[in-house]
Design a protein around this ligand. Structure first.
Ligand code: ADP
Ligand code: MG
Length: 364
């Protein structure tokens, strides 16, 4: 029997898992009725589910937590020589800005890996650069200003309400109810908050009041749009803005977590849906996404389509955004994972040049 293809699922988790900690604490008194489970899977459990899915698909899959250690990362790649890496590493040296460098290492070692190349990972993390590129290519994105630490402008030319976000974070970090502002003073306060808490510029954007869509895309030459998902805000209490705040996304002890839900497929007029699909695909291609990605979109009340951001290598948790769309598109969890690995395997480089082999042996 042919040997199974080996897949190393690489991830980086340092310290104790937050959901693990939450399990250990006494349950908090809640002043609302929870809709969803309070017990959320830990990172490790999610990784194991993914490994299981890959094994079901016939791969020899194993997980490695590189624990923010370069030696461990390097040894896994050089000694175990996996046929492919399933790349779930989102930061290195405690720094999300080094995410793309890890992909560059696979590249230098010529190991096929899933998902976006270094250039795309680096670019999409810089939301303002991404937006400039989108605009230059005729793709609408909310009007914005980047505010670097220093004197704050009194004039900015943007129309309230605005939303203030860290310019280089993801997963709703730094997004809460106070992110949406309707005066210069509030905006200044929030910009200063971002500088202080995130040590990076603030991105101030016009707030697009409307529906929010997640467009998941899979594949290459050509990529394919999966059924579109919608974040539904209608049950959110009136004191909360219609946004995917950090709490809404991650905190089961917060009301927003239970009052926001997703609907897939989203019900959209045919023409609007087609335009959303075309725009998401254009953004995917323009930014160099590969294998799988999710484009976050807002649809204004006048049906204007705004790309908020593009997420290369989005979350692959079963039942969440990307995987839910894949399921609605007729692909099981394990079949979707298998396809992603197959995209990577198709990029298997020919024999290594001598110099790279020598380097690998040196460190072995
Ligand atoms: N310009 C905007 N108008 C309306 N809502 C926004 C805007 N920008 C961000 N949001 C809200 O904040 C959430 C997180 O913003 P996003 O830019 O997608 O950053 P992240 O990388 O943290 O997901 C979005 O899902 C959306 O609900
Ligand atoms: Mg987003």
């Amino acid at each position: 029997m042919a040997q199974k293809v080996s897949v190393a699922v690489l991830y980086n988790q340092v310290g104790e898992d937050e959901y693990e900690l939450m399990r250990k604490q006494a349950p908090k008194e809640l002043d609302f009725k929870p809709e969803f489970r309070m017990d959320v899977a830990t990172v490790e459990e999610e990784i194991m589910a993914l490994v299981k899915g890959l094994r079901t698909a016939g791969f020899r899959a194993y997980a490695v937590n590189v624990n923010d250690r370069f030696d461990l990362l390097y040894q896994t790649l050089s000694r175990r020589s996996p046929d492919a890496v399933f790349n779930l590493i989102e930061f290195f040296n405690d720094d999300p800005r080094q995410e793309y460098m890890v992909a560059a290492l696979y590249e230098l070692l010529r190991i096929p890996y899933t998902g976006a190349p270094p250039y795309t990972l680096a670019l999409c993390q810089r939301k303002a650069s991404t937006k400039h590129l989108l605009l230059a290519n005729g793709i609408r994105t909310p009007r914005f200003k980047v505010m670097e630490p220093g004197p704050l402008p009194r004039r900015h030319g943007l129309r309230y309400p605005l939303i203030v976000k860290p310019a280089r974070e993801d997963a709703s970090a730094g997004i809460d109810n106070a992110s949406v502002v309707d005066s210069l003073d509030r905006m200044h306060e929030r910009v200063q908050y971002v500088w202080k808490e995130f040590s990076q510029p603030a991105l101030v954007e016009e707030f697009i009041d409307g529906r929010e869509l997640n467009v998941s895309i899979i594949g290459n030459h050509p990529p394919k749009v999966l059924p579109i998902g919608e974040m539904v805000f209608t049950d959110l209490p009136p004191h909360l803005h219609n946004i995917v705040s950090f709490d809404a996304k991650w905190n089961p002890q917060h009301e927003a977590y239970h009052k926001m839900y997703t609907k897939c497929p989203a019900e959209l007029p045919k023409k609007v849906e087609q335009r959303v699909r075309d725009i998401a695909l254009a953004a995917y291609t323009l930014l160099g996404c590969r294998d799988y990605a999710r484009v976050d979109i807002r649809l204004s009340k006048k049906h204007q389509i705004y790309v908020l951001e593009v997420n290369p290598n989005p979350d692959l948790t079963e039942g969440v955004a990307f995987m839910e769309s894949a399921k609605k598109g007729g692909m099981s969890f394990s079949a979707t994972l298998a396809r992603i690995v197959e995209f990577a395997l198709r990029r298997t480089p020919k024999a290594l040049p001598e110099r790279t082999t020598a380097l690998r042996n040196h460190y072995r």
